[in-house]
Write a protein that binds this ligand. Structure first.
Ligand code: FE
Length: 342
């Protein structure tokens, strides 16, 4: 059976939207959906939500790489003293040493954040208090202060570093940089590849994190299941952003709706199928070594929306190079049963 709670050890599990380890941190609700102990120290994911004005002071981490995707609302994110006003779908890459802090600018603001090489969940647990609710409570004026952050800096990789905010500006980066620099990426932008009917968009490639992870947004129409497979080396995470999908993991079938999360560590036999007419899910794949597979299978694609008619599924390009990829099929990829077939 797939577990339905944070396991505390590296194994597959499913969490429904809102579930996870929850803390109140000033005016923010932090919901850890994958702590480093749940992923074998590969990645640590936390959903952060806050009301208008809720904020986190500027700071930096010496060794942690952070990234975030805004899910809802608006966030003013200061990065090395420049404030970027981010809306839903906007993405930020924050390599170690980047000075950053944020303020929520809408009453229901929510973002998915993650840390590689560290544990944002541990920082929030140190700063906050456990909370049994599932949504951020009404604002009571409390904020995390730089002094509180300073107090935990001996135990956690965090250094308080007040930013010098300028006026907010809308994100404008539309091409991924080659290297591990801080950047913000506008919703829908990134390196786009089409695989049959699905649009794969890299929000971060290996070069943006020294190979530690890739961030991939997958979008597509209601379709058929992909071949059942597993990976020997890398962990996959699935966070449903829009629409509806079905996942299979170690023989169990589960449906995912927006906000639902599935952890699929190496060795887990898995597959997915998009069920909604416009379904999107975000994946952090770590380490990032699986990138060449997508670049081999996918065709470069300029538009920002998947097409009406699917393009050819280019398994013919993958087949001869299978030994290069961290991928093992457990069924014939050319004979996957369709909906209604057994
Ligand atoms: Fe996979």
């Amino acid at each position: 059976m797939i577990r339905r709670e944070l396991p505390g050890t590296k194994e597959p599990y499913l969490l429904r939207a809102g579930e996870g380890e929850r803390h109140l941190v000033g005016g923010l609700l932090t919901t850890a959906i994958a702590r480093s102990q749940d992923t074998g120290d590969l990645v640590d994911l936390v959903v952060v939500s806050g009301g208008k004005g809720a904020a986190f002071p500027a700071h930096r981490h010496a060794t942690w790489h952070e990234a975030l995707l805004v899910l809802e609302g608006r966030v003013d994110l200061s990065i090395d003293g420049v404030v970027h006003s981010l809306g839903a779908g906007d993405y930020a890459n924050l390599p170690p040493g980047t000075r950053h802090g944020f303020t929520c600018r809408r009453h229901q603001t929510r973002m998915l954040t993650w840390t590689i090489g560290g544990a944002g969940s541990a920082l929030y647990a140190r700063l906050g208090e456990p909370y049994r609710g599932f949504v951020c409570p009404p604002a009571d004026g409390r904020q995390v202060t730089a002094a509180q952050l300073q107090q935990v800096s001996g135990d956690v990789d965090v250094t308080v570093d007040p930013a010098a905010p300028a006026g907010a500006r809308v994100v404008s980066v539309v091409d991924l940089p080659d290297t591990a620099v801080p950047f913000v990426l506008e919703q829908g932008e990134g390196t786009r590849l089409l695989v049959a009917d699905q649009l794969f968009t890299f929000l971060g490639h290996q070069g943006n994190s020294h190979g530690q992870f890739i961030t991939l947004m997958t979008a597509g129409p209601r379709g058929e299941r992909i071949p059942m497979h597993f990976h020997e080396k890398h962990t996959e995470t699935f966070f449903c952003v829009h629409g509806a999908m079905t996942m299979w993991a170690n023989g169990q079938e589960v449906s995912l709706l927006p906000g639902d999360f599935m952890h699929v560590p190496a060795g887990t036999v898995h597959s997915y199928r998009l069920d909604g007419h416009d379904t999107r899910f975000m994946g952090v794949l770590t380490p990032g070594l699986f990138e060449p597979f997508f670049r081999t299978l996918g065709d470069p694609y300029e538009p920002h929306q998947f097409p009406l008619e699917p393009w050819p599924f280019r398994m013919d390009r993958v087949g001869p190079r299978m030994h290069e990829f961290d991928l093992k099929f457990v069924e014939d990829p050319r004979a996957v049963p369709k909906r209604g077939e057994s």
